[in-house]
Design a protein around this ligand. Structure first.
Ligand SMILES: Cc1cc2nc3c(=O)[nH]c(=O)nc-3n(C[C@H](O)[C@H](O)[C@H](O)COP(=O)(O)O)c2cc1C
Length: 156
């Protein structure tokens, strides 16, 4: 009989990493995807202001994500602490620089951040073809479509 086995088990148990599993680190990670349209009264130049503001605020509040603009439509994905993300989206939804705000997905994010290195990645899409019907789908399907699009986007 191998009498050392229980001792080895006990040693392994004691030596296991003390840090919590990754999923626990992300337990408060929340994400939101929406789309909207540039307001008829808003100049296209306002998009640069939006990105500048977003990068400052989001960095300070641990929010990351991406803003995609095709000259008419915005798609924005935000991820971060639940309170920070939902609070920010309440403000964004009433911003007069865009209209037709439509929430496509919101919920806890159990995986790692998608945009951990971007307080707000920005993509200006010339050819809106890849975005095609992204605004027509909701929930997980919309998230999956966004994920599939990311490698095709020229992120700045
Ligand atoms: C399409 C769009 C996306 C925006 N995204 C962000 C964002 O990610 N972070 C941010 O701080 N502001 C964002 N804004 C700007 C906010 O609506 C708002 O102007 C900004 O948070 C400043 O708010 P305040 O004037 O109440 O201080 C966005 C606005 C629009 C129209």
């Amino acid at each position: 009989m191998d009498t050392c086995a229980p001792l080895a088990d006990e040693r392994a148990r004691r030596n296991r990493p003390k840090s919590p599993p990754k999923v626990a680190l992300n337990s408060n990670l929340y994400c939101i995807l929406y789309h909207s349209q540039l307001a008829p009264s808003a100049p296209i130049s306002c998009v640069a202001d939006i990105v500048k503001t977003a990068r400052g605020f989001n960095k300070d509040h641990e929010i990351t994500g991406i803003l995609v603009f095709d000259g008419q439509r915005f798609f924005q994905y935000l991820e971060g602490p639940k309170q920070a993300v939902t609070g920010l989206v309440t403000v964004i939804a009433t911003d007069p620089r865009h209209v037709e705000f439509r929430l496509q997905h919101q919920g806890e994010r159990m995986e790692e951040r998608m945009f951990r290195n971007w307080s707000m990645a920005y993509v200006l899409v010339d050819d809106s073809e890849p975005l095609a019907d992204l605004d027509a789908i909701e929930g997980e399907s919309a998230m999956n479509k966004l994920k599939a699009l990311i490698p095709m986007l020229d992120i700045a």
